[in-house]
Design a protein around this ligand. Structure first.
Ligand code: CA
Ligand code: CA
Ligand code: CA
Ligand code: CA
Length: 246
Protein backbone atom coordinates (compact mmCIF):
# COMPACT_ATOMS: atom_id res chain seq x y z
CA UNK A 1 0.00 0.00 0.00
CA UNK A 2 1.36 3.45 -1.05
CA UNK A 3 1.93 5.89 1.77
CA UNK A 4 1.83 9.58 0.99
CA UNK A 5 4.08 11.98 2.85
CA UNK A 6 1.31 14.50 3.42
CA UNK A 7 -0.79 14.93 6.49
CA UNK A 8 -2.98 11.88 7.08
CA UNK A 9 -1.17 9.95 4.34
CA UNK A 10 -3.92 10.66 1.75
CA UNK A 11 -3.55 11.11 -1.99
CA UNK A 12 -2.79 14.79 -2.77
CA UNK A 13 -5.68 16.47 -4.67
CA UNK A 14 -4.21 20.00 -4.98
CA UNK A 15 -1.89 19.07 -7.83
CA UNK A 16 -4.79 17.66 -9.87
CA UNK A 17 -6.94 20.73 -9.25
CA UNK A 18 -4.08 23.01 -10.21
CA UNK A 19 -3.70 21.14 -13.52
CA UNK A 20 -7.43 21.46 -14.26
CA UNK A 21 -7.38 25.20 -13.49
CA UNK A 22 -4.28 25.68 -15.66
CA UNK A 23 -5.79 23.84 -18.65
CA UNK A 24 -9.09 25.75 -18.28
CA UNK A 25 -7.23 29.07 -18.14
CA UNK A 26 -5.18 28.25 -21.25
CA UNK A 27 -8.34 27.12 -23.09
CA UNK A 28 -10.26 30.30 -22.21
CA UNK A 29 -7.27 32.46 -23.21
CA UNK A 30 -7.10 30.74 -26.58
CA UNK A 31 -10.85 31.26 -27.02
CA UNK A 32 -10.47 34.98 -26.23
CA UNK A 33 -7.73 35.34 -28.84
CA UNK A 34 -9.73 33.39 -31.42
CA UNK A 35 -12.82 35.62 -31.02
CA UNK A 36 -12.32 39.05 -32.66
CA UNK A 37 -12.85 41.78 -30.11
CA UNK A 38 -13.89 44.43 -32.66
CA UNK A 39 -16.60 44.50 -35.30
CA UNK A 40 -15.98 44.02 -39.01
CA UNK A 41 -13.82 46.71 -40.69
CA UNK A 42 -15.65 49.72 -42.07
CA UNK A 43 -15.86 49.72 -45.84
CA UNK A 44 -16.84 53.32 -46.56
CA UNK A 45 -15.19 54.60 -49.73
CA UNK A 46 -14.88 58.15 -51.13
CA UNK A 47 -16.28 57.30 -54.55
CA UNK A 48 -16.99 60.47 -56.56
CA UNK A 49 -15.95 64.13 -56.28
CA UNK A 50 -17.47 67.21 -57.91
CA UNK A 51 -14.81 69.76 -57.08
CA UNK A 52 -15.48 72.16 -59.95
CA UNK A 53 -19.08 72.44 -61.17
CA UNK A 54 -19.82 74.64 -64.21
CA UNK A 55 -23.63 74.85 -64.25
CA UNK A 56 -23.57 76.71 -60.93
CA UNK A 57 -20.90 78.48 -58.86
CA UNK A 58 -18.63 76.25 -56.81
CA UNK A 59 -19.92 77.94 -53.66
CA UNK A 60 -23.35 76.46 -54.48
CA UNK A 61 -22.65 73.15 -56.16
CA UNK A 62 -19.64 71.22 -54.80
CA UNK A 63 -20.36 67.71 -53.54
CA UNK A 64 -18.82 64.31 -53.03
CA UNK A 65 -20.22 60.81 -52.78
CA UNK A 66 -19.52 58.00 -50.31
CA UNK A 67 -20.12 54.33 -51.07
CA UNK A 68 -20.62 51.62 -48.47
CA UNK A 69 -18.97 48.45 -49.76
CA UNK A 70 -19.80 46.55 -46.56
CA UNK A 71 -22.68 44.22 -45.78
CA UNK A 72 -24.36 46.38 -43.13
CA UNK A 73 -25.36 50.03 -42.87
CA UNK A 74 -22.85 52.55 -41.48
CA UNK A 75 -23.95 55.59 -39.48
CA UNK A 76 -21.55 58.46 -40.18
CA UNK A 77 -23.21 60.96 -37.84
CA UNK A 78 -20.42 62.23 -35.57
CA UNK A 79 -17.70 61.51 -38.14
CA UNK A 80 -15.35 64.24 -39.36
CA UNK A 81 -14.37 65.38 -42.85
CA UNK A 82 -11.18 67.35 -43.24
CA UNK A 83 -8.27 68.02 -45.59
CA UNK A 84 -4.52 68.36 -45.09
CA UNK A 85 -4.99 72.10 -44.54
CA UNK A 86 -7.58 73.92 -42.50
CA UNK A 87 -10.90 72.49 -43.72
CA UNK A 88 -12.55 70.46 -41.00
CA UNK A 89 -16.19 69.69 -40.34
CA UNK A 90 -17.87 67.51 -37.73
CA UNK A 91 -20.89 65.81 -39.30
CA UNK A 92 -23.89 66.66 -37.16
CA UNK A 93 -27.09 65.42 -38.70
CA UNK A 94 -29.15 65.72 -35.53
CA UNK A 95 -29.66 61.96 -35.77
CA UNK A 96 -28.31 58.92 -37.60
CA UNK A 97 -26.91 59.47 -41.09
CA UNK A 98 -26.75 55.96 -42.46
CA UNK A 99 -25.11 54.78 -45.67
CA UNK A 100 -26.96 51.57 -46.49
CA UNK A 101 -25.00 48.43 -47.32
CA UNK A 102 -24.04 48.63 -50.98
CA UNK A 103 -25.50 52.16 -51.10
CA UNK A 104 -24.41 55.75 -51.58
CA UNK A 105 -24.58 59.01 -49.66
CA UNK A 106 -23.99 62.48 -51.12
CA UNK A 107 -22.48 65.27 -49.03
CA UNK A 108 -22.44 68.78 -50.46
CA UNK A 109 -22.07 72.42 -49.57
CA UNK A 110 -25.69 73.20 -50.48
CA UNK A 111 -28.70 70.91 -50.03
CA UNK A 112 -31.04 73.05 -52.16
CA UNK A 113 -31.37 71.20 -55.47
CA UNK A 114 -32.89 74.36 -56.98
CA UNK A 115 -29.57 76.20 -56.68
CA UNK A 116 -26.91 73.46 -56.40
CA UNK A 117 -27.06 72.29 -60.01
CA UNK A 118 -29.78 69.74 -59.40
CA UNK A 119 -28.08 67.33 -56.99
CA UNK A 120 -29.93 65.48 -54.27
CA UNK A 121 -27.62 66.16 -51.32
CA UNK A 122 -28.18 63.89 -48.31
CA UNK A 123 -26.12 66.03 -45.97
CA UNK A 124 -24.90 69.60 -46.27
CA UNK A 125 -21.60 70.46 -44.62
CA UNK A 126 -22.21 74.13 -45.34
CA UNK A 127 -20.14 76.90 -46.81
CA UNK A 128 -16.98 76.64 -44.72
CA UNK A 129 -15.64 73.42 -46.24
CA UNK A 130 -14.23 73.56 -49.78
CA UNK A 131 -13.11 71.30 -52.59
CA UNK A 132 -10.17 73.00 -54.31
CA UNK A 133 -10.25 72.99 -58.11
CA UNK A 134 -6.65 71.88 -58.48
CA UNK A 135 -5.21 69.72 -55.72
CA UNK A 136 -7.08 69.10 -52.46
CA UNK A 137 -7.88 66.28 -50.08
CA UNK A 138 -10.89 64.58 -48.56
CA UNK A 139 -10.04 62.76 -45.34
CA UNK A 140 -12.78 60.82 -43.57
CA UNK A 141 -12.45 60.16 -39.83
CA UNK A 142 -14.86 58.08 -37.77
CA UNK A 143 -16.38 59.04 -34.40
CA UNK A 144 -13.15 58.20 -32.56
CA UNK A 145 -11.11 60.21 -35.11
CA UNK A 146 -9.58 57.13 -36.73
CA UNK A 147 -9.01 57.57 -40.45
CA UNK A 148 -11.46 55.57 -42.55
CA UNK A 149 -10.56 56.82 -46.03
CA UNK A 150 -8.53 59.47 -47.83
CA UNK A 151 -8.29 60.86 -51.35
CA UNK A 152 -5.58 63.35 -52.27
CA UNK A 153 -6.33 64.55 -55.79
CA UNK A 154 -3.64 66.46 -57.61
CA UNK A 155 -5.16 68.74 -60.24
CA UNK A 156 -4.26 66.66 -63.25
CA UNK A 157 -0.81 65.24 -62.51
CA UNK A 158 -2.25 61.75 -62.11
CA UNK A 159 -5.95 62.35 -61.34
CA UNK A 160 -8.42 63.66 -63.93
CA UNK A 161 -8.93 67.42 -63.63
CA UNK A 162 -12.38 68.10 -65.09
CA UNK A 163 -14.58 71.15 -64.86
CA UNK A 164 -18.33 70.71 -65.16
CA UNK A 165 -17.87 66.97 -64.56
CA UNK A 166 -17.04 64.92 -61.51
CA UNK A 167 -14.07 62.67 -60.87
CA UNK A 168 -15.42 59.14 -60.53
CA UNK A 169 -13.69 56.10 -59.06
CA UNK A 170 -13.64 53.34 -61.70
CA UNK A 171 -14.45 50.65 -59.14
CA UNK A 172 -15.02 50.99 -55.37
CA UNK A 173 -12.69 48.02 -54.79
CA UNK A 174 -9.73 49.91 -56.27
CA UNK A 175 -7.32 52.08 -54.28
CA UNK A 176 -8.99 55.49 -54.50
CA UNK A 177 -5.82 57.37 -53.65
CA UNK A 178 -4.28 56.39 -57.00
CA UNK A 179 -5.16 58.89 -59.72
CA UNK A 180 -5.20 56.30 -62.50
CA UNK A 181 -8.17 54.60 -60.83
CA UNK A 182 -10.38 57.66 -61.44
CA UNK A 183 -12.13 58.80 -64.61
CA UNK A 184 -14.19 61.80 -65.68
CA UNK A 185 -17.94 61.25 -65.38
CA UNK A 186 -19.96 61.41 -68.60
CA UNK A 187 -23.62 61.21 -67.51
CA UNK A 188 -25.51 64.53 -67.24
CA UNK A 189 -27.46 65.30 -64.08
CA UNK A 190 -29.67 68.20 -63.00
CA UNK A 191 -28.65 71.40 -64.77
CA UNK A 192 -26.28 69.68 -67.21
CA UNK A 193 -23.02 69.02 -65.38
CA UNK A 194 -21.79 65.45 -65.61
CA UNK A 195 -21.82 63.03 -62.70
CA UNK A 196 -23.78 60.29 -60.96
CA UNK A 197 -24.51 61.60 -57.44
CA UNK A 198 -26.13 58.85 -55.38
CA UNK A 199 -25.81 56.13 -58.01
CA UNK A 200 -23.13 53.86 -59.49
CA UNK A 201 -20.31 55.61 -61.33
CA UNK A 202 -20.14 55.61 -65.09
CA UNK A 203 -16.48 55.13 -65.83
CA UNK A 204 -15.96 53.86 -69.32
CA UNK A 205 -13.09 51.37 -69.42
CA UNK A 206 -10.11 52.81 -71.26
CA UNK A 207 -9.99 51.79 -74.94
CA UNK A 208 -7.92 48.74 -75.81
CA UNK A 209 -4.50 49.68 -77.17
CA UNK A 210 -4.49 49.39 -80.99
CA UNK A 211 -3.18 46.09 -82.30
CA UNK A 212 -0.11 46.82 -84.45
CA UNK A 213 -0.69 45.73 -88.05
CA UNK A 214 2.22 43.90 -89.60
CA UNK A 215 4.13 46.22 -91.94
CA UNK A 216 3.87 45.43 -95.68
CA UNK A 217 7.38 44.50 -96.76
CA UNK A 218 8.70 47.16 -99.06
CA UNK A 219 10.44 46.26 -102.29
CA UNK A 220 14.07 45.66 -101.59
CA UNK A 221 16.85 47.28 -103.59
CA UNK A 222 17.74 43.95 -105.12
CA UNK A 223 14.11 43.37 -106.10
CA UNK A 224 13.98 46.75 -107.83
CA UNK A 225 17.30 46.06 -109.59
CA UNK A 226 16.07 42.67 -110.82
CA UNK A 227 12.81 44.17 -112.14
CA UNK A 228 14.67 46.92 -114.01
CA UNK A 229 17.11 44.34 -115.42
CA UNK A 230 14.32 42.05 -116.66
CA UNK A 231 12.45 44.99 -118.24
CA UNK A 232 15.71 46.16 -119.89
CA UNK A 233 16.44 42.70 -121.33
CA UNK A 234 12.86 42.46 -122.59
CA UNK A 235 13.24 45.83 -124.35
CA UNK A 236 16.55 44.79 -125.95
CA UNK A 237 15.01 41.50 -127.06
CA UNK A 238 12.04 43.29 -128.65
CA UNK A 239 14.37 45.79 -130.40
CA UNK A 240 16.46 42.90 -131.82
CA UNK A 241 13.36 41.09 -133.06
CA UNK A 242 12.13 44.32 -134.65
CA UNK A 243 15.48 44.84 -136.46
CA UNK A 244 15.58 41.21 -137.70
CA UNK A 245 12.06 41.55 -139.04
CA UNK A 246 13.18 44.16 -141.57
CA1 CA B 1 -14.16 73.98 -56.13
CA1 CA C 1 -16.45 75.97 -61.23
CA1 CA D 1 -10.37 71.52 -48.99
CA1 CA E 1 -21.72 58.05 -58.29
Amino acid sequence: MTKYKNRGGKKPKMKGRFTVILITTIFLSCLAYATPASAAPIDVVINEIMQNPSAVADANGEWFELFNAGSSGVDINGWTIQDNGFDTHLINNGGPLVIPAGGYLVLGNNADSGTNGGVTVDYSYGSSWYLGNSGDEIVLLNGTLNEVDRVEYDGGATFPDPSGASMALSNPALDNNIGGNWCTASTPYGDGDLGTPGTANDCVPPPEPPVPTPAVPSMTLWGMFATVAVLGLLLVYMQLRKRNAY
